[in-house]
Design a protein around this ligand. Structure first.
Ligand SMILES: NC(=O)c1ccc[n+]([C@@H]2O[C@H](COP(=O)([O-])OP(=O)(O)OC[C@H]3O[C@@H](n4cnc5c(N)ncnc54)[C@H](OP(=O)(O)O)[C@@H]3O)[C@@H](O)[C@H]2O)c1
Length: 229
């Protein structure tokens, strides 16, 4: 089985949260986060369904009514080969994508071609919906995402060699439990969170150790922490 080199890139509070008001603590630190993302020059970024909804589809539901009677073979679908991809972990097929690629003001996300990572729980009508949008999809498990299968398909079918993993906490856990994160890139905000999801919400893994390779001061008292396997 093959896998891309995987970098977890996240912004966290001092208490290890990834959501809350601390995310708005400093615009300059937020820009540092996006700059570092761009500087990695990865072949793809990857997020879970909830993060994709919040950042890119605004919670839009897919209109499946034109595909109510669709019958679609359960085989991987490579709609397009591109230079940059958005890998979307959407086990049940819930995201109401507008088109086949991300539209965003930040060039670190803009124009990334979408790959939906699905389980067999997805409906035929959702597969037909994805095909109508020109979106690629891969099957990676019966009812849970198998990260090893996903990684292998991302390399073999799309040539993805470097992948930025960018949350949320459930999705990060999926990867840390599979022990496939090669590098961690954490932008630490000098504030506690007023609420929030843990960086690895619901992880099950035992000790996973990393070596620190860099610590770099950022804007407004933030830090960039870099660790490698
Ligand atoms: N601070 C940062 O740098 C940062 C970065 C990214 C995101 N975030 C924040 O993180 C929050 C979302 O995090 P989250 O943990 O709630 O959600 P998430 O990881 O974005 O998405 C979770 C969804 O992905 C699917 N999924 C992920 N892992 C799975 C697994 N092991 N098995 C089956 N399905 C799995 C499920 O979809 P279904 O429910 O459809 O089955 C699950 O509900 C957002 O508020 C976002 O703004 C922060």
């Amino acid at each position: 089985m093959q896998k891309p080199y995987i970098i977890l890139h996240m912004m966290t509070s001092l208490d290890g949260k990834i959501t809350g008001d601390f995310l708005n603590y400093s615009d300059a630190l937020g820009e540092d986060y996006y700059r570092i993302n761009r500087e990695y020059k990865a072949d793809a970024f990857c997020c879970g369904r909830i993060t994709m909804e919040g950042s890119f589809t605004q919670g839009k539901q897919p209109d499946l009514s034109p595909f109510a009677n669709a019958k679609v073979d359960r085989v991987d679908h490579v709609a397009i080969k591109a230079d940059y991809y958005a890998v979307s972990i959407d086990p049940h097929g819930r995201l109401g994508w507008y088109g086949d690629h991300i539209v965003d003001h930040d060039p670190g996300y803009d124009n990334a071609y979408i790959i939906e990572v699905l389980t067999q729980q997805v409906s035929d009508s959702y597969l037909a919906f994805l095909q109508s949008k020109g979106i690629s999809y891969i099957f990676c498990g019966d009812d849970k995402i198998d990260v090893s299968v996903m990684n292998d398909k991302l390399v073999r079918l799309f040539g993805i060699k470097k992948l930025m993993l960018e949350g949320g906490g459930l999705t990060d856990s999926l990867f840390v439990d599979a022990d496939v994160i090669d590098e961690m890139s954490l932008v630490l905000v000098p504030a506690l969170s007023n609420e929030g999801i843990d960086l690895f919400a619901g992880k099950n893994c035992n000790l996973v150790a990393y070596s620190q390779t860099k610590v770099q001061p950022l804007a407004d008292g933030g830090l960039w922490l870099n660790y490698k396997k």
